[in-house]
Design a protein. Structure first.
Length: 165
């Protein structure tokens, strides 16, 4: 099995029954203790299978193909009732199981697994550890204008107060 990313606050979801493929962002409301991909532990809460009910920012994917009217379609009103394909080996502080990027949600109108995660919500942040782990030879070939050994060091003739102004 290939590795799957953990889903966090702000992950993008979509429904296969949306008339125009509209996306909505997941809000993690079930817990406030567990974070991933967030060095300050303030934004990227880990999503679990306890994200039930109206747990998206807009709670709509536009118009729903399964709700036709005489002239158009009724608007979608997302109510998540269940998640599948969760990470089973860990139970979080809210007694939930971690959502992975291949997890799917059930909606009462669309049925099981009609909502998928299109972006897991994590973002790459460079750090000093990335610089330490970088291969100097490869980096110099890809980006010859920047020396990894000089990144993070202050230019000669400046003191720490001047550098922060």
């Amino acid at each position: 099995m290939s590795e799957k990313c953990i889903v966090v606050q702000g992950a993008e979801c979509e429904c296969k029954f949306s008339v125009e493929p509209k996306k909505d962002k997941l809000k993690v409301l079930s817990q406030t203790k567990d974070y991933a991909n967030d060095k300050d532990a303030s934004k990227k809460r880990i999503a679990t299978n306890k994200e039930i009910g109206q747990t998206l920012e807009k709670n709509t994917f536009g118009k729903c193909k399964l709700q036709p009217t005489s002239s158009d379609y009724l608007p979608c009103k997302v109510i998540i009732t269940q998640w599948t394909d969760c990470y089973e080996q860990v139970i979080m502080s809210n007694q939930g199981k971690i959502l992975l990027e291949n997890s799917k949600a059930t909606c009462p109108i669309g049925g099981s697994d009609c909502i998928t995660i299109t972006k897991h919500g994590q973002k790459t942040e460079g750090s000093s550890q990335n610089i330490k782990n970088a291969n100097q030879d490869i980096h110099s070939q890809l980006n010859p204008m920047v020396s990894l050994s000089s990144i993070g060091k202050q230019p000669a003739g400046t003191d720490s107060e001047d550098a922060t102004r």
